[in-house]
Design a protein around this ligand. Structure first.
Ligand code: FRU
Length: 493
């Protein structure tokens, strides 16, 4: 049974979608069908296609009571919208169907697990949002909420847990065939916790343990946790709120965190070894992963961030897009990220330049565009005296550009959208440290109309940002302070 609220959302999205021109949207990045999009949800492979749901408010380009938008794809790049999957239509989720995940049940149905949020008057007269976990069953298009929702609430939590911060369940099957899920929580004092729950059937869930405690190390609540095995290690990915900066890895505000360690599956003990940010750019948050049928761990993130998304007033009928899906691996204790290999299949018009010396502003014939995949290998002309700075400017016209630059001496890669057309005093620059190798660096840059994703040294660092420069600004140029040599391969996407 489709509720009236869901039916209304489905009719609305179908109608308003017709007003949006294809060129006013990114080509390969999933964006809101209409209205607002945030976190990826229920990223999964089910009935032969990839499914991606998303936090969705169809009626405005601002956040509102959350629905789940829905899209499917065969190649992770071309997405077809399906009707909205969930709407805030029950007493336990009137304030929103928050983030969650998907799993295929043995009987063939797809299980969605999400956070139901409702408002409750407190004894002091204030109103607070209460968070519980709920499930729904479906066939890949229509979903029915479980009649006895919620399946997890305050009484299922350890004492001293907050009922206000309890969200974002991520399910997976353990090697024993039992469903597990990690959920973001918090002590009553506001210190983030990652809870682990078990379930034999996806409906009856039991608290197992606190898998990891923040202990005030990284922000407050670790939103959207994900936990998986990768290259012999186990990885916990989360998105901490209210971070304090920690040089050189973390910035203030909403950040991304990756803990790499080992996991004793029998005792269910996670031993942390390393931590790092997931993405060092301006717009990246709430990543979620899935295992593809061919065994790749693929991650997709919301290519926005709570601290920066409110600064831009959308002139279009949509706001919010996902990053490219990225293949993950671990190398030398670091999380490595590469755009999914499917992207190679949509590259066209190869243009290649070898050993171009860049010492002033350099433009190369045929190198321009706003839907571009470009690979660069940069090195100094004289290794004994490396260049001081190398820069690529893109989305460029006479007045605008956005850039990525690299300084061998400080080993810093910087992104900068100060001149992208923004009229706000906000975060327009970010940097991270990379392996310097005396001025040798390789960069891969993916442009898709309103965004750039930059992968440094085969994906050892990733930096994502959006910008809303007029798509007609499609210039690309190269600059160096000192002399650098570069090989460039550029494709149109
Ligand atoms: C993360 C988040 C989640 C929550 C959702 C609400 O961006 O805050 O914790 O489920 O967004 O839309």
């Amino acid at each position: 049974m489709i509720s009236e609220i869901l039916q209304k959302a489905r009719e609305y999205e179908e109608r308003i979608e017709r007003e949006i021109e294809a060129e006013d949207k990114p080509k390969f990045h999933l964006s809101a069908r209409v209205g607002w999009l945030n976190d990826p949800n229920g990223f999964s492979f089910y009935n032969g296609v990839y499914h991606l749901f998303y936090q969705y408010y169809p009626y405005d380009t601002k956040w509102g009571p959350m629905h789940w938008g829905h899209a499917v794809s065969e190649d992770l790049l071309h997405w077809t919208y399906l009707p909205a999957a969930l709407a805030p239509d029950m007493a336990y989720d009137t304030a929103g169907c928050f983030s969650g995940s998907a799993a295929a049940l043995p009987d063939g149905r797809q299980l969605l697990m999400y956070t139901g949020v409702y408002k409750e008057m407190q004894s002091d007269g204030s109103v607070r949002e209460i968070q519980t976990q709920c499930v729904a069953f479906g066939d890949g298009r229509d979903y029915e909420k479980y009649r006895n929702n919620p399946v997890l609430e305050e009484k299922d939590l350890p004492k001293h847990s907050s009922r206000y911060d309890f969200r974002d369940p991520k399910m997976w099957y353990g090697s024993d065939g039992i469903l597990r899920c990690v959920i973001a929580g918090s002590t009553k004092e506001g210190d983030g916790q990652i809870y682990l729950f078990n379930s034999p059937d996806g409906i009856g869930w039991k608290f197992n343990k606190v898998l990891v405690s923040n202990r005030q190390r990284f922000g407050k609540i670790w939103e959207c946790p994900d936990f998986f095995e990768l290259d012999g290690k186990w990885v916990l990915i989360a998105s901490p709120t209210e971070m304090l900066p920690k040089e050189p890895e973390y910035y203030n505000g909403n950040g991304t965190l990756c803990l790499i360690g080992t996991y004793d599956e029998k005792e269910e003990i996670f031993s942390e070894e390393q931590d790092q940010a997931v993405d060092y750019g301006i717009d990246y948050y709430a990543p979620a992963t899935m295992l593809s049928p061919d065994g790749r761990r693929i991650m997709i993130g919301w290519m926005q961030n709570w601290d920066t998304c409110g600064l831009y007033k959308s002139e279009r009928a949509w706001f919010g897009q996902m990053s490219l899906p990225r293949e993950l691996s671990i190398k030398n204790g670091r999380l490595m990220q590469k755009p999914v290999r499917e992207l190679n299949g949509v590259r066209g018009n190869e243009i290649r330049y070898d050993a171009v010396t860049v010492s002033a502003v350099t433009k190369l014939k045929g190198i321009k565009g706003r839907t571009v995949d470009m690979e660069l290998a940069v090195r100094p002309v004289d290794p004994a005296a490396p260049y001081r700075r190398f820069e690529i400017r893109f989305a460029q016209d006479d007045l605008h550009f956005t850039s990525v630059s690299y300084c061998p001496e400080t080993s810093a890669v910087c992104i900068d959208r100060t001149f992208s057309g923004s009229r706000r005093a906000a975060v327009h620059q970010r940097m991270c440290y990379v392996n310097s190798d005396n001025g040798k660096i390789n960069l891969r840059m993916i442009l898709d109309t309103f965004s750039a994703e930059i992968f440094v040294n085969d994906g050892a660092q990733a930096l994502s940002m959006t910008f809303y420069t007029d798509p007609a600004a499609d210039g690309i140029s190269f600059l160096a302070d000192g002399a650098a040599v570069m090989d460039v391969i550029k494709y149109d996407l």
